[in-house]
Design a protein around this ligand. Sequence first.
Ligand code: OSB
Ligand code: MG
Length: 383
Amino acid sequence: MKSITIKKITLYPIALEFAEKLRTSFGEEPFKLAVLVQLETTKGVVGWGECSLEGRPGYSYETMGTGMHILREFLVPALEGKTIESPTDVPASLASTRGHPFTKHGLETAVWDAWARTNELHMAEAFAHFLPAGHTPRGYAVVGVSIGIKPSVEATLDTIRLRMSQGYKRIKLKIEPGWDVELARGVRQALPDIMLMLDANSAYTLDDAEHLKQLDEFNLLMLEQPLGYHDIYEHSKLQPQLKTAICLDESIHSADDARLAIELGACRIINLKPGRVGGFTESLELYKVCVEHKTPLWVGGMLETGVTRAAHLAFASLPGVTLPSDISATDRYFKPDIAEPAFSIRPDSTIAVAPGYGSGVEVQLERLQQAVERWEAHKEYAI
Ligand code: OSB
Ligand code: MG
């Protein structure tokens, strides 16, 4: 494989308008915010990444403000001018900066993209290159859709029906205390057979165990992250009390966390957000842990732009990703997105990876400029 030498890294803080906002148990973001990373090699190859950051430290402690600070002061200087033999060497180059996984992920993705393009590989093939033989990418990912908290069961059902008519066969609903059992019951009565799951985004405590047991009657695919943001121990106390499989999202910050959670019986399913674990190198380690333990795995999302969606689709096309991922079609998120081609959902609830080298998508520079201007116009409000 050819190495790359990083000539220049340019950062673009952006804001995009959502097609449909997503209210979770910790609130709703007015815009999709991100820092896009453009990485140019000395051979003139360009790779893109996205640091998926929010305005407030709600899901993660990282924000646009912390991301720009960490990138400018520490991460970009650590990579500029470096020769990279393998994208899997990036975490070691950034290790003197602790934490900030979503920010590191954006930078690492730009390296994967440039490295894959240099070596005339699709990003999915680049990932498979670092896995044992047999993990051949499928060329598509099986996907579902995530639906926010709505004012009523009827309003939720309307959105579910719309998404099902578009092709989504796995529906995820956001819940919070006071909006859970009644919602699940209402949806199950109307749609008894759909593949349904709930995501609590850490809104409950172990004292709610008796309450959460009521969800067992609704034949849920899983219950995502009921308890604390960093917690594994209390989930290991909750899981044996539930028939429903717990899936951990927020609590899993590394491959080691995944191993601990699986071996303690804290969950039966893992949601991998490559940004949450600091990039695709750590994601590949987590993937191997799940394969080794035969633990079902899927790729989660943070309502990212097409830059990350393309990369996540590549990862989710690997055969160890065994459950539908939170990667929806472009028009579920933005009209228009910042990269082309747009992704569409197929009737069998799959999305094809973008063909070509690297992630397969190209950032549209005119739209990028508009998104930077939108960030400039709204940044006081967004932060
Ligand atoms: O918990 O999975 C989550 C979006 C923002 C913050 C947290 C979450 C989400 C999603 C989005 O559910 C899923 C998607 O990107 O389609
Ligand atoms: Mg989640």
